[in-house]
Design a protein around this ligand. Sequence first.
Ligand SMILES: [Zn+2]
Length: 417
Amino acid sequence: MKKSSIIRTAASAALCLSLTAGAVMPKQALAWDWLSAGLAMFQVGAEYAYLNKQVSYLDNKGRDEYMGQIKNKYGVNTDPTANAMLTRIMTRLSDAVALTDDSIVKKPYNYFVNNDKSFNAFCTLGHNMSVNIGAFTKLNYNEDELAFVIAHEMGHGQKNHPAAGVKRALPLSILGALYASQNRNSASSVGAALVTTIGTAKWVTKPMESQADKLAFDYAVAAGYNVGAGAALWQHILEQNGSKSSGFAELFNDHPTSVSRRDNYNKKITEWSKNQVNVNKETGLITVAGKPFYTPAKTTNMSPQEQAFLIAGNLSAVFHDGGQHDAVWTNSENVLLVGEQPVMSLDGVAEAGTVETRLRDILSSSNVRTVVTEEINDDNNSKRSTAKVKAEQKQESAAETKPMTMRQKLEAYKAQQ
Ligand SMILES: [Zn+2]
């Protein structure tokens, strides 16, 4: 039964009731009106009760069964690089989520790479997550950017947006048909109806999207991913699809717009750096401590801006952790580092030596005094060992106060059962 007809039946029946109150009506007519009203209202209530029950089942006890339905529908992709990367990202992000949200320990994510070649990922009921193979290929397997995509989906999962979205947005016509169907007691009938729409339906609202974006930053950065990868991701999406973002990911609803999401994440880079690192979103110029540092040249895979956000994210981590005191150096793999923090690859960079010198000059002349000036006269080996000792010291002190990882929490949880 459609929503409109349910309401109409209920409303007209209610009208009949009020008119008949106190009036003498033929017994048969009165009985029919009562029955009609009761049935209509019972029907709506029962449909919602049915929906709540099924959603709750798919979200908890039946979540693995539901995952099976999703895998059948979308197909499991076996690309080894994508699968290894997804496992690595999920492990790191799950550990990061568990630092602030214990609920993930009781309901760890199910996940797989699916065969869809479009650019999308989804998290649905039961912490069931899937990433299209198209997301990997279209992001050129950039792990930092993919981590932001997946962390966004985990933001939805941790805040129970899928259940709220299904209850809000499942069309009543579908619900009515499911309820009326013969398999109303089959726990997976809502799942079967949902499984065809999860990759396309717009279940989420604008506030849900903003919340997921914010959580994505917190989770991805806590997991050690590049602070600038959120801005880089949305820069990439903008370049692929234009500002309308029509071709991309229904689940990444086009509200808030791709431009505002890129800009929000760009602001986060600057905030994280204690206002020491900026990216000009028009040109890709990176400014460090108020001084122009570097504008990346376009490569086959990335625009100057996308690269700039990633480099700025690394520099942001340097300032956030007080690492601007550390040595600026280039390792044997031609990566420019500050202490142990990689900043950028110098492969294919014109006048790489100048880039290194410029960064060293900026850091040594920035208002925070550094030990860099002493170290630039040393040879590479001693620079490296100084940086290494510092990194080891950092790791030791971190180990003392390190919170439990997801795996440790999971083991502790199991031990209690
Ligand atoms: Zn979303």
